[in-house]
Design a protein around this ligand. Structure first.
Ligand SMILES: Cc1cc2nc3c(=O)[nH]c(=O)nc-3n(C[C@H](O)[C@H](O)[C@H](O)COP(=O)(O)O)c2cc1C
Length: 279
């Protein structure tokens, strides 16, 4: 198989797998393919039939079929790795993989070996997908020091933000007292109620900002969706407390455009996220 041959298989597989909701991984040793497929039973069976008939390989065998309740390869429409002896030389439990004859019947030892191999490359792939911009896994001591200092700064910000959230909660109590409780009910107008709503929304935005800050020290999430959601919330907050006597028409139109742009952006991100987690 040349790289082009492999790319052809992968391109078809990935495109088709997204449509039929199949995820998995394909390993190529130079002479053998080892593939794992996850999806609805009938869909996988149908796909297996098609792969079985493909003339680009022969001696097709099903090693194991099992029911699963959670996908192990959910992010991959078809992960791929071409593996060689060198790569497995230092991997405990897998260094003898290339010396094992996988022909004949698949006994427990062979099955364990294949499962270990798949798990190994799944974990390797997951490590690569990790978003760790402030990684402490640095060879350069100076960069390590800078990353540690920034991480410390982010933690300090998170602490200050937590105090700010509590302060904002206190502010809500004070605003409720001043605007509602301390005056006769007949004096309660629209602007007083809007003021109370505004103070609630500020707490929610503060909480969103806190979550945004902590995302920078986690490595399993990409914060862009969260940032867009916070921006959307901040603009929406303005709309809720708009006093149309005070704002110009241009201001309202501009805010509307912003909401549509942020909403569209969030929808696109959500859709992208869904495709990855569904397949
Ligand atoms: C080793 C190997 C693995 C394959 N894996 C997939 C796969 O995961 N999904 C897929 O749609 N096609 C995969 N294919 C390609 C299918 O065999 C087939 O060409 C493709 O599904 C198109 O089938 P069709 O022409 O009947 O529509 C694979 C082919 C080979 C040789």
């Amino acid at each position: 198989m040349t790289t082009d041959d492999l790319m052809e298989i992968l391109n078809t597989a990935r495109l088709n797998n997204v449509c039929i909701g199949v995820s998995g991984m394909l390993l190529y040793t130079g002479s053998e393919f080892i593939q794992i497929l996850e999806g609805e039973e009938e869909v996988v069976e149908e796909l297996l039939d098609s792969i079985k008939k493909d003339p680009r390989h022969r001696d097709f065998r099903i090693i194991e079929k099992k029911k699963i309740y959670k996908r192990d390869y959910a992010e991959w429409t078809m992960g791929f790795k071409r593996i060689g002896k060198d790569e497995l030389r230092d991997v405990p439990g897998l260094n003898k993989f290339f010396d094992t004859d996988l022909g004949g019947s698949i006994d427990k030892n062979k099955l364990d070996l294949i499962n270990n191999l798949l798990n190994h490359f799944r974990n390797e792939g997951k490590k690569k997908n990790i978003h760790d911009e402030l990684s402490l896994d640095q060879e350069d001591k100076f960069i390590y020091f800078l990353h540690s200092a920034i991480r410390f700064g982010v933690k300090a910000l998170a602490l200050l933000m937590m105090l700010t959230v509590l302060w904002c909660v206190l502010d809500v109590v004070v605003v409720i007292y001043e605007e509602i409780l301390s005056r006769p009910i007949t004096e309660l107008g629209k602007s007083e109620i809007l003021h109370v709503f505004g103070s609630f929304m500020i707490v929610l935005i503060a909480v969103e900002i806190f979550i945004n800050i902590t995302l920078y020290i986690r490595n399993d999430v990409i914060p862009v969706k969260m940032v867009v959601a916070t921006a959307l919330m901040a603009v929406a907050r303005k709309i809720i407390v708009f006093d149309f006597h005070d704002v110009s028409a241009m201001h309202v139109i501009g805010t509307g455009i912003l909401v549509i742009a942020l909403g569209g952006c969030y929808w696109l991100l959500e859709r992208e996220f869904k495709v990855h987690s569904d397949t």
